[in-house]
Design a protein around this ligand. Structure first.
Ligand SMILES: Cc1ncc(COP(=O)(O)O)c(C=O)c1O
Length: 484
């Protein structure tokens, strides 16, 4: 890493230098440095509206960078150990779509985890690629998916030797890191490209206590939400290609396909300054977040009825590492489900990231401090007070039916659809994806056959009171299918 150059934020500096000139604007945006902005925007952003600029001659072009933006992206590549880094103003969603578009043509097979983020399905719809699913392991006690393991990958490759690429989610939302180095080596040995959804991993390189980064595990291309766990503005992400990745130019072209032609300079400057912050203070700040998360977890585990799993999760064979800054707080011992816990926490002034089963997920980042940590522990202590702690029996999760992909997501997307009663949907092809939490892994996805096993699974989950995620009709009395 070039420590001297990393001190600078070339694009943020160029933007500031330009704004200091107070040029009279005869270009977009129409509000002209705030003069024509509505009162709400003026009150909210004030003088910052002068920085609301997009593509313009005086500064650089995101899609043909030659000046400070080029330098900013080179510095990001230098920091993360990438061959090339691309900035995204459309989140990791765009990065994932772009890397799939760069690697897969219509009809190509791509191996993915069953619970991949919906942007992966977006990438399949856009590219016409066909999914091959790796089976995911499920941790019954913690009620979370552990993702696929090497055996799942081996089975998928053996059944689909022509597959072009594999995509991993690493780490998962819950902070679980699969054994990416060994799976990447196996995939490469079988001629597959390795793409990684590292939306939750922009902070990984800055602490040896966190899982290794996807690039250091050998990935070809990895997409990170800089905004999720580090300091940039919401909606900003980075896509990194490893040194020598042969499709880097295609990735560049694909990034232009999936983003606005008027990228907000604010967002780009925000990525540049977040990179600078990580280069200068990342190790200290991320180490602080890990230490704080450990303290929080210890305190939570002192509260009767509340549990937060930690490094014992490594006892599952498929888990390589845990991102301890992801604090899962399980309320089962208080007889509360995740939704109830979330609402009680809100009453205490605490807002969490994710709700599932009997737990909520709290993220600890470089933005936390002793005060926010104390507020979380205090709220949980308050919720537990007055409630009787009880022992928790683990309900085994029903095995998911094996998916049967009939048409590609792109063909399913382009097909005519109709809504029919669930009871008459047997053997029809689904036009929507349905997931129950737990296990947080879809039971049926776009383009798949509604087998008898799928229908039984859905009926049993509904009868047990679970709410489906994904279908237009949440009662699931009807389901959207491809017209027969
Ligand atoms: C695993 C995963 N991948 C991708 C995304 C999309 O990221 P973004 O919100 O930056 O577009 C998310 C967002 O929640 C995610 O959780």
């Amino acid at each position: 890493m070039d420590r001297l150059r990393q001190q600078r934020a070339p694009f943020a500096e160029a933007l500031e230098a330009y704004c200091a000139k107070h040029m009279v604007p005869f270009h977009t945006p129409g509000h002209k440095a705030g003069n024509g902005a509505p009162a709400y925007e003026k009150a909210l952003f004030g003088d910052a509206l002068r920085r609301d600029l997009g593509l313009m001659y005086a500064l650089d072009d995101l899609f043909q960078p030659e000046g400070p933006l080029k330098e900013a992206m080179e510095l990001a590549a230098d920091l993360y150990g990438a061959g090339q880094t691309f900035f995204s103003i459309n989140g990791t969603t765009a990065c994932i779509e772009a890397m799939i578009l760069a690697v897969c043509r219509r009809g190509d097979e791509i191996i993915i985890p069953r619970e991949a983020h919906r942007s992966v399905m977006g990438g399949l719809v856009l590219s016409g690629a066909v999914p091959v699913y790796m089976e995911s392991r499920f941790a019954e006690k913690e009620q979370i998916s552990l993702g696929p393991d090497l055996a799942s990958l081996q089975q998928a490759i053996a059944a689909h030797p022509q597959a072009k690429a594999v995509l991993f989610t690493y780490p998962t939302y819950d902070g679980i890191a699969v054994k990416l180095t060994e799976m990447t080596a196996y995939a490469h040995a079988h001629g597959l490209m390795v793409l990684v959804d590292e939306a939750h991993g922009a902070h990984l390189p800055f602490s040896p206590d966190l899982p290794a980064s996807a690039l250091s595990c050998g990935a070809d291309c990895t997409a990170q939400s800089t905004h999720k766990l580090t300091g940039s503005l919401t909606q900003t992400s980075m896509l990194h290609c490893r040194r020598g990745f042969p499709l880097t130019e295609k990735v560049r072209a694909a990034m232009a396909l999936v983003q606005s032609t008027s990228p907000h300079y604010w967002f780009l400057a925000s990525l540049d300054s977040a990179r600078q912050q990580l280069a200068l203070y990342g190790e200290e700040r991320i180490a602080g977040a890990v230490a704080l998360a450990r303290k929080i977890r210890n305190s939570l585990n002192q509260i009767p009825g509340i549990h937060s799993f930690g490094r014992e999760i490594l006892s599952y064979d498929s888990v390589a590492a845990l991102d301890e800054t992801k604090v899962t707080i399980d309320f089962a011992g208080l007889g509360l489900d995740g939704r109830q816990a979330e609402q009680l926490l809100r009453r205490e002034g605490i807002e969490v990231e994710l709700v599932a089963a009997h737990h909520v997920l709290a993220l600890i980042t470089l933005g936390d401090d002793a005060e926010s940590a104390a507020a979380l522990v205090r709220a949980c202590t308050h919720i537990a007070g007055g409630r009787q702690a009880r022992s928790v029996s683990v309900q085994p999760e029903r095995p998911l039916p094996r998916p049967e992909v009939v048409v590609s997501p792109q063909d399913a997307w382009n097909g005519d659809t109709e809504c029919i009663p669930l009871d008459s949907a047997r053997d029809c092809i689904a036009a929507e994806t349905i997931t129950f939490y737990p296990p947080g892994i879809p039971v049926i996805a776009l383009g798949e056959r509604m087998t008898a096993e799928v229908l039984t699974y859905i009926r049993e989950k509904m009868a047990a009171g679970y709410t489906p995620n994904g279908p237009a009709d949440g009662s699931l009395r009807t389901i959207r299918i491809l017209k027969r």
